[in-house]
Design a binder for this molecule. Sequence first.
Ligand code: AMP
Ligand code: MG
Length: 490
Amino acid sequence: MNNKKDVIEMGWNLDNSYTKLPKSFYSEINLNPVPSPKLVILNYPLAKSLGLNSDELKSYDGVSILAGNKTIEEGAFIAQAYAGHQFGHFTMLGDGRALLIGEQITPDGKRYDIQLKGSGRTPYSRGGDGKAALGPMLREYIISEAMYGLGIPTTRSLAVVKTGEPVYRDSKKEGAILARVASSHIRFATFQYAANFGSVDDVKELADYSLKRHFSYVEDDENKYINLLKEVIKAHASLVSKWQSVGFIHGVMNTDNMTISGETIDYGPCAFMDTYNPDTVFSSIDTRGRYAYKNQPIMAEWNLCRFAETLLPLLNENQDEAIKIAQDAVSNFSSLYYSNWISKMRNKLGIFNEEAQDKAIIEDLLSMMEKYNEDYTNTFISLTFNKNKDKGMFIKEEFENWYNVWIERLKRQPQSEEEVHQLMKESNPSVIPRNHRVEEALDAADKGDFNVMGKLLDVISRPYEHSKDQEEYSKLPSPSSCPYRTFCGT
Ligand code: AMP
Ligand code: MG
């Protein structure tokens, strides 16, 4: 039963539909209190949209809940089981450092998982300590909120709480817990777990649960599982095209980090690209560039194949027929991805209608950006506002030729210059969470100053506003802060 005070005053309205799945899908987790939880940051607008009262969340009881020191519902904590491909290798995984406190039902009837990340060991922790350091949790908070501001499907961050105990990484760090909000934490790897370690009935139960939770609009026709597969393919074709359009590099596109809902999840070694280079990789562990920028659509398709395999017994009784159905569906990914991508890129260049040569216009621009080491975000901003064009690529004859072709192309559509400018403003962010800015905010936070992060969060929450106070944030890093490297498992 929900505790009355937490329900009425704090606004918690938790359900636990996941625990209706077979017991093998999760483990119940006992309270594992941390010594002295202290709220570091709370996401007020998100709390409000979840139906939570921020003042109450900041109270002793509220912070105790966000730290996993107190349950709202008796015995409700669970860690989810999953097993997936990490850099191509299949492994048993699961929430090794996270627990689900429940599913919050919002005032408008939506359902969101509230998960505490960094909350201690679980049966899936393997050799890990189950904990998280403050820096990486704040980093996830910043990047996920930036993605939300950019209009890209993502898990969100409700709060970060310091635990009051140290965690040991390359050095001693402050421990922290992130309260993560997701429309669910069902991953491709959850299906892989069911298919590899469970029965066909387990996969079916998970598929039915996923359909009900995420794709309730899908027709319950003769084979709804084909529709499930098609919906997930659609969601990822759209998601990855959005990543590409803003230069976001996820960094660890393992199947445990791919959600059925199509939300970006697990902000470990991810980062936004400054200089345009399709080979960009930030993750220190991705030595072969498996998850480089240019490979993201390919890896999404690879992951979708792994997901499709888990559904085979549900797609058709005849295995050959089932494989054909799965292949047909997955083979659609590249054209779906391409149509999403080209429509976003057209928008970035102010193009409303479709012409066959648009692809060449876009690709020629990208090639020049690569050749002249131009900044991805700022190039589009320069084109949008017709400014900063007195150096680099912009003074080359090659660019002038391209520019003329582009302007001619814009003239072959009925929209006015003003409409083109408006579309470009809406399609090109002027601020992304640039790596040097994120590092600066995290360094300050580490020293107890949260103002730098607060300002950054404010600016990146409105990336399409193009206001004067944001200009500072579109400046490039000094050459000494390149190349940027990110580290996961922290
Ligand atoms: P990730 O790289 O964050 O996607 O994590 C991969 C797997 O390792 C997941 O099963 C995580 O729960 C687990 N994991 C990551 N860090 C830790 C940690 N410090 N302690 C225990 N498990 C962890
Ligand atoms: Mg993960």
